[in-house]
Every structure is written in C-alpha cells, then in structure tokens.
Design a protein around this ligand. Structure first.
Ligand SMILES: C[S@@+](CC[C@H](N)C(=O)[O-])C[C@H]1O[C@@H](n2cnc3c(N)ncnc32)[C@H](O)[C@@H]1O
Length: 246
C-alpha cells in the first residue's frame, strides 16, 4: 500500500489510495503558555492604555481587514471581546446603525475609560454598552449576539483557556451567528521574527503577553464552521484573520 503525507493547516494528513483519509491531529507545534496572571495583564494594559493607540498603529490594517471580513450589518447586535481603546467598537457601532447595538468587554479599566471617551466623542453612546470584565466569563444571556469580534486578544489567553473563551462566544451567539478573530498566527512558514517573538514571550512574560496561536484550528476545535481564512503578516509575524459560523 502506498501512502503519502502532506502538511495541511498544521496537521499531517495521511492519504491512502482508495477511500480512506485519516487526519492526525497531534502534529501542530506546541504554542507557548501564558504565565502571567490576569491581574498582571490588567495592570499592564492599564499602564499601556494612554499610549496604546500610538503603540498599536501597525495592527490597524489587520483589524480593519477583520472587520471587513466579518461584515457586520445594519440592525445587528455585536460583541467585541478585548476592545482596547474602542476603535473597533466605534467602527462596529457605525456598521450596525441606530437600529443595532454593540457591546464590549475588556479586563482593563484604563482601556475601559479610554473607550468610553472615544464612544462619547463619536456620539455613539446610545448604541454602545461597555463592560469591565474577563472575556472567559461573558456576563451575557445565551444566543443574543449576531456576531462576535476579537482582534489581537484571543492569543492573550493561556492555552487551556482559549477553548473556554470560544465556548463562551458560541454560547452567546445566535444559531448561525458569526465570529471574526484576528490574531498572531503559528500557521504557515515561521521565520526568525516568530522565534524572536516567542523568545521574548518566554523571557519577559510580564511585558510580552501574546504569542502566535493556531486560530483556524482553535475555531474548528470549538465546533465553528470556517467561512473565510486570510493570512497576512506584520513585521514578519504571520497574522490570521478567520471568520466562522456556529
Ligand atoms: C492587544 S490589545 C487589543 C485591543 C483591540 N482589540 C485592538 O485590536 O486594538 C488586547 C486587549 O485585550 C484586553 N484583555 C486582556 N485580557 C483580557 C481578558 N481576560 N478579558 C477581556 N479583555 C482582556 C486588554 O485589556 C486589551 O485591551
């Protein structure tokens, strides 16, 4: 019997002539663990909140692409997990219009107040609700959101918690609801920049809290159906933008 292996989305796919295709799910390279506590994360983002917009300039293009792909429409109810200074919240609020609503949850009070101020300046306070809290425990009823958005946030959760967050997202989404995730990715060709980044993450976990993850695989593991998967890069670091449905 002739078999051949190929690498597909970080998985070894062993194909056997005839009708058998087995997918071995054990091959993806391990992703680094997140060792800093939630309290440390909260304090760090509080400190960063005043200059975060300047810091995160290079991420904007990817976040914008993620918002485009999620394609939020007039009248929808949307949640953003980890809204930062609220740039996407404002964009989402414009997309849903006055008949829709946007909610956000973030763990950092510095980010929370920065976002409130941004929403207020945009005159969108009537259609936006922001909550200070942990994205792993969403304080919302089941099946109420048409879409959930996360940008450079899922990779901040420790490995076992990624599925906890995605399960919460599934729970609050309506049947057929969409999720859009933009995150640093471990998929595809990993260059020296990824090695350097992961080294920094391991060596200075209190400063470099995020690390590349397998976004598509995580969503599939969370029982989402992939609708769109785009690969981009940022300073040589792969970024995945994945839209999926419940
Ligand atoms: C890298 S920033 C990204 C912010 C925003 N999404 C953007 O793209 O500009 C990550 C955000 O996630 C928030 N965050 C970190 N851990 C969180 C948690 N456990 N629950 C909710 N938000 C969290 C941080 O406070 C921060 O605002």
């Amino acid at each position: 019997m002739i078999e051949f292996n190929q690498h597909l989305y970080g998985q070894d796919v062993r194909m056997v002539p005839g009708d058998v295709v087995r997918i071995m799910t054990t091959s993806p390279q391990e992703i680094s663990r997140v060792t800093r506590s939630k309290e440390e994360a909260r304090r760090s983002y509080d400190r960063m909140s005043t200059w975060y917009d300047f810091l995160a300039g290079s991420e904007r293009r990817h976040t914008h692409e993620g918002l485009q792909k999620l394609n939020v429409r007039d009248g929808e109810t949307v949640l953003e997990v980890g809204f930062g200074t609220g740039e996407s919240i404002v964009s989402l609020a414009h997309s849903v219009g006055s008949s829709g609503a946007v909610y956000g949850i973030d763990i950092s009070s510095g980010m929370f107040y920065a976002a409130i101020e941004r929403v207020r300046r945009a005159g969108l306070q009537d259609s936006v609700g922001l909550i200070l809290g942990d994205g792993a425990h969403l304080p919302f009823k089941t099946h109420i959101f048409d879409a959930v958005f996360m940008s450079f946030t899922l990779e901040l959760f420790d490995t076992p918690e990624i599925q906890v967050v995605l399960t919460e997202c599934r729970r609050v989404l309506v049947e057929g609801g969409r999720i859009g995730v933009v995150a640093m990715s471990k998929r595809g060709r990993q260059g020296i920049m990824v090695d350097l980044y992961e080294w920094a993450h391991r060596t200075f976990p209190q400063y470099v809290d995020c690390r590349p993850i397998y976004v598509r695989n995580a969503l599939e593991e969370g029982q989402f159906h992939i609708v769109d998967d785009t690969a981009m890069s940022m300073w040589g670091l792969p970024v995945e933008i994945v839209v999926a449905q419940t």
